[in-house]
Design a protein around this ligand. Structure first.
Ligand SMILES: N[C@@H](CCC(=O)N[C@@H](CS)C(=O)NCC(=O)O)C(=O)O
Length: 198
């Protein structure tokens, strides 16, 4: 099994930490979304893309983690029980969405001034990150894990998004107003499986 991606992608990093936490063998190939290997497996030409040993491709990061958790059911990171599973997937959707907005801000900020989007665009995406971070800060305060009493995909998705945001947009003022989110991220980064995020 091979994972195609880049350590600069928050979605790739989420999948890489998930695989490490599961303790399963998987080769990692550092490639761009437009690489021939990815395009051959994924018509969307996006990373992460997973290549199975039978040569077929699996993509979007949400489907890849589902595949891995189902194919290696020992030590599940996505709960089977309906309510917990929906809660974990909600965390993942929130954290992936925050990473989406952080990426938009980063790319637009580095665009040429003549073609750069306006202040409304930045405010819209900043609002998504800020509200998401405040939501997480309130939800995680006093808890060891995002959902339930053990580590799940929710913690993995949060850590990957938090690492991306703090590394690429460290000046965001919301980071100074969300100490519980920061403390949770730091406790996760200390786990060996998460060390690739820092
Ligand atoms: N929803 C997708 C998003 C993947 C994604 O947008 N990856 C970016 C890299 S961070 C990419 O491949 N961009 C190239 C493109 O969209 O053409 C997932 O979770 O896997």
């Amino acid at each position: 099994m091979k994972l195609y991606g880049s350590h600069r992608s928050p979605y790739v990093q989420k999948v890489r930490v998930f695989i490490r936490e599961k303790g399963i063998p998987c080769d990692f190939l550092d490639v761009r979304p437009a690489s021939a290997e990815v395009v051959a497996l994924n018509p969307l030409s996006q990373i992460p893309t997973l290549e199975l040993d039978n040569g077929s491709g699996i993509f979007d990061s949400t489907v890849i983690v589902d595949y891995i958790d189902g194919a290696w059911p020992e030590r599940p990171l996505i709960p089977q029980a309906f309510a917990e599973r929906i809660e974990v997937r909600r965390w993942e959707a929130l954290c992936d969405g925050m990473a989406d907005s952080a990426r938009m801000i980063k790319y637009e900020a580095s665009a040429d001034a003549t073609s750069r989007k306006g202040a409304d665009y930045f405010a819209k995406h900043q609002g998504k990150v800020d509200r998401g971070m405040l939501f997480i800060d309130a939800a995680i305060a006093g808890r060891k894990y995002c959902v339930g009493n053990s580590l799940t995909l929710a913690d993995v998705a949060f850590a990957a998004a938090y690492a991306y945001i703090t590394q690429n947009l460290p000046e965001m003022s919301i980071l100074g107003q969300t100490p519980a989110a920061r403390a949770h991220a730091e406790s996760l980064f200390a786990r060996p499986s998460f060390s690739i995020l820092v």
